[in-house]
Design a binder for this molecule. Sequence first.
Ligand SMILES: [Fe+2]
Ligand SMILES: [Fe+2]
Length: 229
Amino acid sequence: MVLCSVHFATRRVQVNLVAINNSQYAHAMGRLLVLYTQVDQLIMEACAERIASAPSQEAKMGLAKQVGDECRHVAIQKQWMSIFGVDTGPVIGEAALRDLHEHFRGLGWIDFLSDLYLVVEALGSQAVEELVPLADPGTRESLRVPLQDELDHVAFGMAQLTTALARIPADQRRLVVDKMPDRIAHFVSLLSALNLPVEDWFEKVGADYQQLCGVLERRQQELLGALAA
Ligand SMILES: [Fe+2]
Ligand SMILES: [Fe+2]
């Protein structure tokens, strides 16, 4: 195995040239990195728009912190992609991004929290976590700080969701929680309608896509169980 060393983000990392030189791997990982970066940018903008109407000072502060975090993630990913030398062209088109922004703008606070934190943050970052053991060291290093922050974002979203649910009458709360699997399925179907070859990209970087779907399903059950409790 051929290895060399490079400096990236002030940490010395080993770059596996066998993996980097595998063009199929590099293309697929590059596409997944672009997707992650575009989603981070989308979240950054959606959270920024929500600050003014957030229901509490705590929520406003959390959203504002997240805007800064996502901005940093976008910068880290872009820096790594330029070193990695992959195609940085968008995978989500402008019209689809506009539609996603419209989707988030149209949601009440609880639905906003469900779609953004249960699906995009929790399930999305879980999918990225699954890439880490398969990734070349440079990509792994580029994901280190973002994935640490994503844990905070999920915790913030879950705490806000719990608070928001506690403020509504118990019978209404039960209904909202009971409908959450449908809500998640609906938003996932909107994302699926983007028709991105995500399954192919995951397989090309060495992931077992069916196994990944199982991990995400279990994570979803865990989150919903926590909210129901
Ligand atoms: Fe992020
Ligand atoms: Fe995040």
